[in-house]
Design a protein around this ligand. Structure first.
Ligand code: ISE
Length: 336
């Protein structure tokens, strides 16, 4: 079977990483098009994918006949204008998280997909492909340690780009825990409450963080989330699960222990690109295989909508300081 011709939309941090991944590690796919309005970025990306053609917008790429599938890696607020024409063209899509930043636009995307009559969209919640998260989900499902009582999640970034704002703490970052907690517990988020921790004076001006979010699932599990984007020392995503009979921990960085200078040290990740490299590889490889079978293999547009609706509750909680209950449309038969 010939290689799947993928258009990568957005050649920023994540898009560039996916281009390198598809060209070097993924079997059965090639980057045939790079959609990027910024010429400098496009040129840098083309150097990694010599067979690709550069297009300044999605419409031109779709009209070229060079595209069989679309990978959207622009920031969340730019997803919908790419999703809608790609759906109209009937092409399979892997859309980086969040599907869109709010529930209304996510629902519009869901409705466009339903109108097209075929599930085309997979959302890039890559943590579902991480070995630790998959193992923890199995442990919870098995009931081996008794019932799951609660989760403690820590989501720490060394720093964030200048474009990062306060609301992104929820729609760009905690959105991962919103999906992961649902994935682990198999239950939607019922409510969100957010408290400010003591502000880190090293945080960029205007950012009020770290914050502590309390996610409650419909099944009654409470998850605490420390969202902290100015920790300086590294990139850390850890979860501790509290069961009736035991505790499970995932996400502790492993690797070489260095005993030197009177200390023991292990290198910490500095970016999600390395922390989740294996998860991204597995996500994209499984997506490529699924596309060839005419299906998806991962979170759907409906999962993207549910996350967006919980994010909306999270933003209201962040702005008001109150506990906010999420509200969801009922699940269309199309996704059952
Ligand atoms: C970024 O967009 C990601 O998706 C990372 O996984 C997350 O750790 C970071 O906070 C986000 O800004």
């Amino acid at each position: 079977m010939s290689d799947l011709k993928v258009a990568v939309v957005g050649a920023g941090l994540m898009g560039a990483d996916h281009i390198i991944r598809i060209e070097n590690r993924i079997v059965g796919a090639t980057v045939s098009a790079i959609v990027e309005p910024d010429e400098g970025r496009a040129k840098a990306a083309m150097a990694e994918a010599p067979g690709a053609t550069w297009f300044p917008n999605i419409e031109a790429a779709l009209a070229s006949g060079l595209v069989e599938a679309v990978l959207i890696a622009t920031p969340g607020q730019f997803h919908e204008p790419v999703l809608l024409p790609a759906i109209a063209a009937g092409l399979p899509i892997l859309c980086e998280k969040p599907l869109t930043p709010d529930a209304k636009s996510s629902m519009e995307v869901v409705q466009a997909e339903i109108a097209g009559g075929k599930q085309l969209i997979q959302v890039g919640f890559m943590r579902r492909f991480d070995a630790g998260y998959m193992q923890l989900r199995q442990l919870i499902e098995s009931g081996e340690q008794g019932e799951l009582l609660g989760l403690h999640c820590a989501h720490r970034n060394p720093s964030v780009p200048d474009s990062y704002n306060n609301d992104m703490l929820v729609y760009d970052s905690i959105v991962h825990e919103i999906d992961a907690v649902r994935f682990l517990t198999d239950s939607p988020i019922r409510s969100v409450e957010i408290k400010q921790m003591k502000r880190n004076s090293l945080s960029p001006e205007g950012l009020m963080e770290p914050i502590l979010a309390l996610l409650e699932t419909e099944s009654g599990v409470l998850a605490t989330v420390e969202m902290n984007v100015s920790v300086q020392f590294g990139y850390q995503v850890k979860t501790e699960a509290v069961f009736q009979k035991g505790i499970a921990e995932i996400g502790r960085t492993a690797g070489m222990n260095l005993f030197a200078g009177g200390a023991i040290s292990t290198a910490e990740h500095m970016s999600f690109k390395t922390r989740f490299a294996d998860a991204y590889d597995s996500q994209i490889q499984r997506w490529v295989k699924a596309v060839k079978r005419g299906t998806i293999d991962g979170p759907s547009a409906w999962d993207g909508y549910l996350a967006a609706a919980a994010v909306e509750a999270g933003l209201a909680a962040l702005h008001s300081g109150n506990k906010v209950v999420a509200s969801y449309e009922s699940k269309p038969a199309f996704y059952k």
